[in-house]
Design a protein around this ligand. Structure first.
Ligand code: MTE
Ligand code: LUZ
Ligand code: MOS
Length: 750
């Protein structure tokens, strides 16, 4: 089935927050952010700004009727800075005016009297000063202290890993207006409508039922709108309630880049021990997560770094400790992979380091240590349906890795100024929210008495195609044409207490809930058919809109069946509730079964490096990915390709640059380079692994949103190998991304 949104997108008809027809009298908000990264906020002078014609109000912390608090996991984040400012761009005031330009002009006249304090941007310095956002966390397995003496080789090092800007095409925004009975309605570009509803109610000091949040779709989220859409929704709602008028806020791109959190940069110390046969015996790492000024989702992100710190390898003795360091940067947040990519980057770094010292290809170590069926992860879950070996086998069948390596070696022998590099990157990603409670969803399904169907779920469409998948689930469960099914907007009054659409589990959780609701209605319809046909329900089924009895078509069509059910006063609506079975996790012992299943895959990266310029081209990337039984291969392949290229951008060209004062220098698309069509590997083959999906995956079609991003890590190590081919003396230094500048320096270092 074609993606339901594709026509709307290419014709420009798809509706985003800023496209919603405006009500008369709509006002526009502009956020006034802190001009410096750290200081004591002594006074805010808005008098001049208020005199600007067309300005209706300037709201600050003093105008909040409820609590000035928006922290999602830990209550440590204010909506508006009150006594201190802790990052450059931190919201201090919200200017509301008749139009956007007026609001912007007025905001420029606000004077904030701030006594500057020293800003900290480096997580290791923050840690030294005892500035942690929350207590450290450690995962371990085996007996690491005893294990080192069993190691034949031990290597250790330090690695730096930068963050990543989400660069969703639609910037953060919200449109709020008062409704009758003291209500407020918010159109928000959020992945988490319930989070917006709950936090807005808290800030306004009203119960959740007064707040209705509605989402049509997002122009991309990538995790950046899991928590961080909330602040702007709160501001619009606060102003709308105060002024009793509709208020809209849409961030300017440069404000969005400056004010919002990103993928967390990490620094790490690692130590890896191997036996004579290159089996990894021990792995220890200390991670310094750059959390920014408030916790946001950092505790959960750090957890996922620990969960994924052994990637797709079995390592019997481990100890991984993570510190979340409080710095004067915007609070960093969810980003596709959610800490997993960072955890996986460091184990790959440790393996590459060992390979470098032992003068063998990293692949030799990687392949020796692949996870096997019934191995335990460091968090205690026993690995089942482990597909990593078959991913490698399929990859080798498609494009033999040893012959590829030989091609590379031959090329390098015959070329002076261009060198090729090959790297292999396997992945293993756990599917489920690591917080067990969040693994639940609901769907409200109506069958209208003309036979058409309306489906509401908690899932947010952000380009990943979840709405199309929901249509497929409903259509398949009823066995009717997908044209009969409409997916409604995601709305907190229709589907409540939702988890954000995140953790790649949007389709699984909401799809299962939809399936449960549709099944319940279908069973009632079949019961009715049985009474009409004087037969047993168990003999009946619906197939392509006709009722079948013992595999023979009857005279009852879907339309009649539904109409009859209505006349007989049978309920044609159902609310489906799904909670992922089996998952559990003990946060004290750090053991359990947190994931419904894991997604596997293997990739091979081939790059050509221009050794005079440091520039490079990815010639070819081969991927064997475990989609299970993909329910929509066009969508899933698009997800795999998009994620892979986003990972490639993170690893090679996207360079966040904060100066020592905590000011983002890479705050626009002229200074922050993201991949474009020319950065995409010249040849990119996504090959689906032939394997059945597990039961908790919707229609056995595995979650696909985040895992393929981590293939991108292969880009870094392919480049590193090309550098080594040119400059065998290049030191082993890890500082991602490998921009052309950094590649050039390494080509001539040592
Ligand atoms: N694809 C597009 N086009 N746009 C997005 O914002 N977000 C990613 C992924 N794919 C995203 C995307 C992230 S971070 C997640 S968690 C999943 O989609 C969420 O959707 P799902 O759970 O339905 O896969
Ligand atoms: N969000 C979250 C996530 O709250 N918990 C998770 O485990 C998670 N994983 C991936 C992406 N977002
Ligand atoms: Mo995705 S980082 O789970 O929104």
């Amino acid at each position: 089935m074609q993606n339901r949104d594709s026509i709307g997108h290419v014709t420009g008809k798809s509706v985003y927050v800023d496209d919603i027809p405006e009500q008369k009298g709509t006002l526009y908000g502009k956020v006034f952010g802190s001009p410096i990264a750290h200081g004591i906020l002594k006074k805010i002078d808005v008098s001049d700004a208020l005199k600007t014609p067309g300005v209706e109000a300037i709201l600050t912390a003093a105008d909040i009727p409820g609590e000035n608090q928006i922290g999602g996991i830990i209550p440590d984040e204010v909506l508006f800075a009150d006594e201190k400012v802790e990052f450059h761009g931190q919201p201090i005031a919200f200017v509301v005016a008749k139009d956007e330009l007026t609001a912007r002009k007025a905001a420029a006249k606000i004077i904030a009297d701030i006594e500057p304090l020293e800003p900290i941007t480096d997580p290791r310095i923050a840690k030294e000063k005892g500035l942690l956002l929350f207590p450290p966390n450690t995962f371990s397995s085996g007996d690491i202290d005893a294990a080192w003496k069993d190691c034949f080789h031990v290597f250790s090092g330090q690695a730096e890993l930068n963050g990543q800007e989400h660069l969703y095409i639609e910037t953060q925004g919200a449109y709020a207006y008062p409704t009758e009975n003291d209500g407020i309605k918010i159109h928000s570009s959020t992945q988490g409508p319930t989070h917006v509803q709950h936090t807005t109610a808290h800030v306004l000091g009203i119960p959740m039922h007064r707040v209705e949040v509605d989402v049509t779709r997002l122009g991309g989220g990538f995790g950046g709108k899991e928590d961080q859409a909330t602040a702007y929704a709160c501001m619009a709602a606060l102003a709308a309630r105060k002024l009793k008028k509709p208020v809209k806020v849409i961030l300017h791109r440069m404000d969005d880049m400056q004010m919002t959190g990103k993928r967390h940069p990490y620094s790490a110390d690692y130590r890896i021990g191997l036996d004579k046969d290159y089996k990894i015996v021990a792995y220890e790492a200390t991670l310094y997560q750059n959390g920014g000024a408030a916790s946001d989702l950092s505790p959960a992100v750090l957890d996922r770094s620990l969960f994924h710190s052994t990637n797709t390898y079995f390592i019997p003795n481990t100890r991984i400790t993570g510190y979340s360091c409080k710095t004067n940067l915007p609070p960093n947040t969810a980003f596709r992979g959610f800490g997993g990519p960072q955890g996986m980057f460091f184990i790959e770094t440790a393996i590459a380091r060992a390979a470098h010292e032992l003068n063998i290809p990293a692949k030799t170590i990687q392949k020796k240590n692949l996870l096997q069926e019934n191995d335990s992860f460091l968090y205690g879950q026993v690995a089942k349906q482990v597909n990593i070996q078959s991913c490698f086998d399929t990859l080798n069948k498609h494009d033999d890795l040893d012959s590829l390596q030989k091609e590379v070696d031959d090329f390098n022998k015959n070329h002076q100024l261009f060198k090729k590099g090959l790297a292999v990157m396997p992945i293993c990603f756990g599917i489920s929210f690591t917080k067990t409670t969040m693994n639940q969803a609901r769907a409200l399904v109506h069958v209208y008495h003309d036979g058409s169907i309306g489906v509401s779920t908690g899932a947010i469409e952000m380009g990943q195609g979840v709405n199309t998948k929901m249509i497929q689930v409903a259509a398949q469960t009823f066995s009717v044409s997908p044209d009969r099914v409409k997916v409604e907007t995601t709305n907190t009054t229709r589907v409540s207490n939702t988890s954000p659409t995140a953790a790649s589990s949007g389709a699984d959780l909401n799809g299962k809930a939809t399936q449960i609701a549709c099944t319940a209605i279908r069973e009632r319809l079949l019961e009715l058919a049985a009474s009409k046909l004087n037969s047993q329900k168990s003999e009946l089924s619906i197939l392509n809109e006709w009722v079948y009895q013992d595999n023979k078509q009857t005279t009852i069509h879907w339309n009649e069946l539904v109409k009859e059910a209505y006349l007989e006063r049978i309920c044609l609506t159902e609310n489906g509730h799904y909670a992922t079975p089996v998952v559990h996790f003990n946060t004290k012992t750090k053991k359990g079964h947190p994931f419904a299943y894991h997604v596997y895959g293997a990739s091979a990266w081939l790059v050509t490096l221009d050794c005079l310029r440091g520039t490079y081209t990815f010639d070819k990337v081969e991927v064997v990915h475990d989609f299970g039984n993909s329910m929509n291969f066009n969508i899933d392949r698009g997800q795999a390709e998009g994620a892979l290229v986003q990972g490639l951008g993170w690893m090679t060209m996207e360079e966040l640059s904060y100066d020592a004062e905590g000011v983002l220098k890479s705050n626009s698309l002229s200074t922050y380079k993201i991949p474009d069509i020319y950065s995409v590997p010249k040849e990119l083959n996504i090959i689906p692994l032939a394997a059945n999906g597990p039961e908790p995956a919707i229609l056995r079609s595995k979650a696909v949103g985040e895992p393929p991003l981590m293939y991108g890590i292969g880009a870094y190590f392919a480049l590193y190998n090309a550098i080594k081919a040119f400059n065998p003396k290049a030191p082993f230094e890890t500082d991602a991304p490998m921009t052309p500048e950094k590649a050039l320096m390494l080509l001539y270092k040592g």
